[in-house]
Design a protein around this ligand. Structure first.
Ligand SMILES: [Zn+2]
Length: 341
């Protein structure tokens, strides 16, 4: 592959010379306390021309595993030999992270507010800034998320797997599970897809918690994608890497009654249709309702808070081709731990 020397990278009026790295501050609306607020973007600009990878986290302000994934990626010595450019934004929703909440102060969900506009709501303005200053300069994107409050996700990639390039990148991330998921209106994935930017969404762990397994798999995944894109040198491996499990469809099992939930399955476990996967009882133990798997598959998400109302989503089950094999593979890829805890 011809490797052209790169030119300085321009962002927000700052010029980052080839072979250097810099943190660039993007101004966002100040707090009502008259405190200035920035969205910092770290630019790692290689000497040689190549892809521009946008790596973002905390679009939902309480989903913090990605912040640590980005910190670890930025500490990798291999980045000195990067080809192309890495645009790392560990905290997109600055306001949400400050308040330790998913949302913005205007109670909007940033991941339903893309592409945004410079004259819209606070969420729309923040979305617009991110798209115009960061995403518009990227050729590829990885967006890091976790489960919502009190819910854990088995490390998984959600992406448009009908696109061969995206599928290839999803495989090279090597999360245990990859899901062909629909695009949500106003999501970062939606706007990236419209602009022809292949984008992976990594979902792992729980909101407001660091989950070591999810973080390690995330760092390894980002490095895997960067190698696949030729941004980092390829490594020779003795054995071909295991292919992630591709999911056909997923569904949440909901509580049939309100009460206190005891869980009898762990993330990644293979369940068979009709299996008891939890029990809901009243505080005295007089009545007990079984929670059963609606179809056979593997558990890719679950609630951690035992206090449940009728209708609450409890277990996220994914249908896969060979669930038993898939469960073994998941165990292998995650080191056999329940990444939910
Ligand atoms: Zn999220």
């Amino acid at each position: 592959m011809a490797q052209r020397r790169s030119r300085p990278f321009h962002i927000n009026g700052v010029s980052v010379p080839p072979g250097t790295r810099e943190t660039v501050q993007l101004d966002v609306a100040q707090l009502y306390t008259h405190t200035p607020v920035n969205m910092p973007v770290h630019v790692v600009h290689g000497r040689r021309d190549g892809p521009v990878l946008c790596l973002s986290a905390a679009i939902h302000g309480d989903e913090i595993n990605g912040i640590e994934i980005i910190r670890r990626v930025l500490a990798l010595p291999q980045l000195r030999r990067i080809r192309g450019t890495l645009l790392a934004v560990p905290i997109v929703n600055v306001y949400g992270v400050l308040a330790q909440t998913r949302y913005l102060p205007d109670r909007r969900d940033l991941n339903r507010s893309f592409p945004g506009s410079p004259s819209g709501s606070l969420a729309a303005r923040l979305a617009n800034l991110f798209v115009s200053q960061v995403l518009a300069r990227a050729s590829h994107a990885i967006d890091l998320h976790t489960g919502t409050a009190h819910r854990s996700n088995l490390p998984q990639i959600r992406a448009n797997l009908d696109d061969p390039t995206t599928l290839d990148l999803a495989r090279s991330f090597a999360a245990p599970v990859i899901i062909n998921s629909d695009l949500r209106d106003g999501s970062l994935r939606h706007v990236a897809d419209e602009r022809g930017i292949p984008v992976l969404l990594y979902e792992a762990g729980e909101a407001l918690r660091f989950d070591e397994e999810s973080i390690r798999l995330g760092v390894r995944g980002v490095v895997g994608v960067m190698r696949r894109l030729g941004m980092l040198p390829r490594v020779r491996v003795k054995y071909p890497p295991r292919q992630p499990v591709q999911v056909e469809m997923t569904r949440w099992v909901r509580a049939e009654s309100s009460g206190i939930l005891r869980t009898t399955v762990r993330l990644g476990q293979h369940v068979i249709k009709g299996d008891r996967i939890g029990l809901i009882s009243d505080p005295f133990g007089d009545t007990e309702t079984q929670v059963n798997a609606g179809f056979s598959g593997i558990v890719i998400g679950r609630v951690n808070l035992p206090l449940v109302h009728e209708g609450d989503a409890l277990f996220h089950v994914a249908r896969v081709r060979e669930p038993e094999k898939a469960s073994e593979l998941v165990e292998e890829l995650t080191g056999g731990n329940d990444s939910g805890n």
